[in-house]
Design a protein around this ligand. Structure first.
Ligand code: SAH
Length: 271
């Protein structure tokens, strides 16, 4: 048996099966090889997998054939189930004695409402474990060769959501415009005009470099490079699709096409 397989089975022995438990698992940004070993082990022994739209086909291919897979298909403005219905479903599945995996794109605790699901499960007495995943910012930075921090360019990085609770954009624009800081906008495409206008109004240089990483780590990923003031025009011309991430800051000047590391389309590990 290869070492990885031995490690995963050893992990199984250390965690005896208890009924009524949920694992909030991060599926990473798309490339199945970016799953953690722990995520793969937990997924492989799931009875039920409740998954989102962002979970890639390559990761879906690793789900055990025997598991019941439920698509709760959340994308912006289009929810197969409401968040309340998802919360209720998770509690009911766990209370029926299933090993439930709630599989989410990226990391469950970064803009994935994993925190809300965890609190709901705990309130209902359901044991909830969390398995972290590689968040889109890390995956997209890696494949585009754009470091999110660099001693010469950025000493901090902010992960910001462009999608707010009531649809209103209510961000601390002044706090976002800080020297030596990289901004990463999740779900930011639809806000591009507001975002550009507000950042410039609050003092960010219009020439600040930015990148749009479309389908980062997935087979058809694209990296679009531009400047802050030209963001709406870049989007209008190239029409990036979801999922896409915006990276804004001087670190983007380190982007070279020769940096780009192609995602591996085929997973090496299989179910
Ligand atoms: N929990 C996830 C984020 C969920 S919010 C994580 O940690 O990555 C959904 C947003 O994440 C998308 O709208 C997009 O902005 C970003 N995203 C997720 N996967 C991505 C990918 N493969 N490439 C680019 N952006 C991605």
């Amino acid at each position: 048996m290869i070492a990885i397989e031995r490690l995963m089975r050893a992990g199984d022995r250390q965690q005896p099966v208890r009924s009524g438990e949920v694992w909030l698992v991060g599926a990473g940004p798309g490339d199945a090889e970016l799953l953690t070993l722990k995520a793969l082990r937990v997924i492989r022994r799931a009875d039920v997998v409740v998954f989102d739209r962002l979970v890639s086909p390559a990761v879906m291919a690793l789900l055990p054939k025997k598991a019941l897979c439920i698509d709760v298909g959340k994308s912006m403005g289009c929810h197969t189930l409401s968040q309340t219905e998802i919360d209720t479903l998770l509690v009911e599945l766990a209370q029926a004695g299933n090993r439930v995996v709630r599989l989410k794109g990226g990391d469950p605790f970064i803009f994935g409402r994993g925190g809300e699901e965890m609190v709901h499960l705990q309130r209902h007495g359901v044991v909830c474990h969390v398995v972290p995943g590689i968040t889109a910012a890390s995956g997209c930075a890696a494949v585009s060769g754009i470091p999110l921090t660099h001693r010469d360019y950025a000493q901090s990085v902010r992960f910001v959501t462009g999608h707010c609770r009531n649809g209103e954009v209510d961000l601390d624009w002044r706090g976002l415009v800080t020297a030596g800081q990289t901004l990463v906008f999740y779900m930011g495409l639809s806000l591009s005009e507001t975002l550009t206008a507000q950042l410039i109004r609050h003092g960010m240089a219009p020439q600040t470099p930015l990148a749009i990483v479309e389908r980062g780590t997935l087979p058809r990923q694209r990296v679009l490079i531009g400047t802050l003031s030209a963001l709406p025009a870049l989007i209008a011309k190239q029409r990036p699709v979801s999922p896409s991430l915006l990276v804004i800051g001087e670190v983007v000047s380190l982007y070279r096409t020769t940096n780009v590391i192609a995602a591996l389309p085929e997973p090496v590990l299989t179910a």
